[in-house]
Design a protein around this ligand. Structure first.
Ligand code: IFM
Length: 478
C-alpha cells in the first residue's frame, strides 16, 4: 500500500534547502535482540525477550530473536554496508546477557570479544560507535529476582556499565545508559505487551523509578571510569489534542489542557525531571503515591539520579494525542490517566498504524531545548515501517520505498526547522539500518533502510538507503 503524505504537509516540510550545521552527525541505529540472533552462541545467557517470545501468544506468529538478522555472524558485512552508505555514526546496543549471562557476577569474555571486534571494524571503517548499554534485553536471572521492580537491578546495571566500559572505553566516546525507559517500564510491567509481560500499575511505577536510578548510578560509574559523553535515550513525544495537531495555535478547553499536562508529566517529565532537574513533578508523585506508595523512593535517590548528562537522545515517531474524557478508565500503560482518552488521528499512518506528523518533531525538539537548555539533543531514532515490496525483476532486486523516503525527508526538514529555531540538535540517526525483530510484531514490520530477506539473510539497499546516502553527502537536503 502506498501512503502519500506530501499533499497533506505544509511546504516547509516538503520543499527547499535544509542543510545542517557543520559537524552534524548522520547515522543509523539498531538494538542487540532485534538484529544479533545467535542467542545460544558464545556463552550468552537467556534474556527476558527470549522467554517472552517463546511464550505462546505474546509475539506475532511466534517469532523470536533466535536468528534475527544473524548480525552476530555477519557484522563485518553490515559494517561494510554502513560504510557504503557513508554513515558517520552507528548506534547499537550491547546484549547484557552476552556479557554477564546472569546479569551480575561472572563476566563472559567471549561476549565482550564480539563487541570488541565490532568496535574495531567500525573504527577501521571510520564510523563512530554510539553504544547503548541497555535496550530491553534484561538477563532472565535478574527478572527472576524481581527485574526492574527490584532496586538491586539498578545497581547491577551500574556494575555492568563499568564492565563494558572497561573493555570498550578506549575506543568508545559516547555511552547511552538506557533506551526508552518509559516503554520498558509501562509496556513491560504495565500493559504487558512487551517483556517481561507483567500487568500491574504498581510494578510499572516501581520500574520507572528504578530505571532513572539506574541511569544515575551507571552515569556515576561511567564517569568514574573516564567516559566522555553520556546520553539517555527516551521515547519522547509532544502531547497534543487532535485540534493542536491540525493547528498548533488551536484553542484548548481547560479540561483538555489538564489532560495534555498530565500525560506530558507521565510520558516526558516522569523521566526527564528527575534526571535533569533532580525532582519529580508533583502530579507524578501524587499518582505514584496512589498506586505504589513512595517507600521505594529513598532519601538520596534524586541526588543520585540527577547526574550531569551530556545529551538526551530523542526517539520520535509520532505525537501522543489525548483529550479529556470524563469517566474513561486508566489505560493499563498509563497509570493515572483516568478521564483521558487517546483518540486516533485522521491522518496518513505507517504500517504500525502510527500517525505521520513531522511537525511534531520540530515542536518536541524546540520544547526540550527550551525547558532543558543545559543538555544537547540528538535524534537517536526516527523512521517508519511500511509494506515493502521487493521487485526481483530489476537486476539484483529493488525496493522502491517512496513512502519511507517521504517520511524521512519530512522529518529531516522538521528537525532542520527546529535547528533554525535554536534547538541544540547534534545529529540524526535513522531507525533502522536493517529490517529486524520488531518486538511484539515479530518480523511483520519492516523499519530498515536495508531490506533483509530473513530466509536467506540477503541484504538489499532500499531506495531510501540510497536517498539517505545522498543526504549524508550533502549534509542535508541541498
Ligand atoms: O524497534 C523499536 C526500537 O527498539 C525502540 N524504539 C521504537 C522502535 C520502533 O518500534
Amino acid at each position: 500500500m502506498t501512503v502519500t503524505t506530501r499533499g497533506t504537509l505544509p511546504s516547509y516540510l516538503t520543499e527547499g534547502r535544509a542543510v545542517f550545521p557543520e559537524g552534524f552527525i548522520w547515522g543509523a541505529a539498531t538494538a542487540s535482540y532485534q538484529i544479533e540472533g545467535a542467542v545460544r552462541d558464545g556463552g550468552r545467557g537467556p534474556s527476558v525477550w527470549d522467554t517472552f517470545s517463546r511464550t505462546p501468544g505474546k509475539v506475532a506468529s511466534g517469532h523470536t530473536g533466535d536468528v534475527a538478522c544473524d548480525h552476530y555472524h555477519r557484522y563485518a558485512e553490515d559494517v561494510r554496508l554502513m560504510a557504503g552508505l557513508g554513515l558517520g555514526a552507528y548506534r547499537f546496543s550491547i546484549s547484557w546477557p552476552r556479557v554477564q549471562p546472569d546479569g551480575s557476577g561472572p563476566v563472559n569474555t567471549r561476549g565482550l570479544d564480539f563487541y570488541d571486534r565490532l568496535v574495531d571494524e567500525l573504527g577501521d571503517a571510520g564510523i563512530t560507535p554510539y553504544v547503548t548499554l541497555y535496550h530491553w534485553d534484561l538477563p532472565q536471572t535478574l527478572e527472576d529476582r524481581g527485574g526492574w521492580t527490584s532496586r538491586d537491578t539498578a545497581y547491577r546495571l551500574a556494575e555492568y556499565a563499568e564492565v563494558v566500559h572497561g573493555r570498550l572505553g578506549d575506543r568508545v566516546r559516547n555511552w547511552t545508559t538506557l533506551n526508552e525507559p518509559w516503554v520498558q517500564a509501562f509496556l513491560g510491567y504495565g500493559s504487558g505487551v512487551h517483556a517481561p509481560g507483567r500487568t500491574d500499575a504498581r510494578s510499572a511505577l516501581l520500574a520507572s523509578h528504578h530505571f532513572v536510578l539506574a541511569h544515575g548510578l551507571a552515569t556515576q560509574a561511567l564517569r568514574a571510569a573516564g567516559a566522555q559523553e553520556i546520553m539517555l535515550v527516551i521515547n519522547s513525544s509532544p502531547v497534543m489534542t487532535p485540534e493542536q495537531v491540525q493547528d498548533p495555535a488551536a484553542e484548548v478547553s481547560q479540561a483538555d489542557a489538564e489532560a495534555v499536562h498530565r500525560v506530558d508529566c507521565l510520558l516526558n517529565r516522569q523521566i526527564l525531571d528527575p534526571v535533569l532537574r533532580g525532582e519529580y513533578p508533583a502530579e507524578v508523585l501524587e499518582i505514584v503515591e496512589r498506586h505504589a506508595g513512595l517507600g521505594h523512593i529513598h532519601d538520596d535517590d534524586l541526588r543520585a539520579i540527577n547526574q550531569p548528562t551530556d545529551l538526551i537522545g530523542v526517539n520520535y515517531y509520532n505525537p501522543c494525542v489525548v483529550r479529556s474524557s470524563p469517566g474513561e478508565p486508566a489505560d493499563s500503560a498509563w497509570p493515572g490517566s483516568e478521564g483521558i482518552a487517546f483518540p486516533r488521528l485522521e491522518v496518513p499512518k505507517t504500517a504500525m498504524g502510527w500517525p505521520i506528523v513531522p511537525a511534531g518533531l520540530s515542536r518536541l525538539l524546540l520544547r526540550l531545548s527550551q525547558d532543558y537548555p543545559e543538555v544537547g539533543l540528538m535524534v537517536t531514532e526516527n523512521g517508519a515501517a511500511f509494506e515493502d515490496v521487493v521487485t526481483e525483476a530489476e537486476p539484483g532486486g529493488r525496493v522502491h520505498d517512496a513512502d519511507r523516503t517521504a517520511y524521512l525527508e519530512s522529518h529531516l526538514r522538521a528537525a532542520h526547522a527546529a535547528v533554525e529555531g535554536g534547538a541544540d540538535l547534534r545529529g540524526y540517526l535513522v531507525w533502522s539500518l536493517l529490517d529486524n525483530f520488531e518486538w511484539a510484531e515479530g518480523y511483520h514490520r519492516r523499519f530498515g533502510i536495508v531490506h533483509v530477506d530473513f530466509a536467506t539473510q540477503r541484504r538489499l539497499l532500499k531506495d531510501s538507503a540510497m536517498w539517505y546516502r545522498g543526504v549524508i553527502e550533502e549534509n542535508g537536503l541541498a
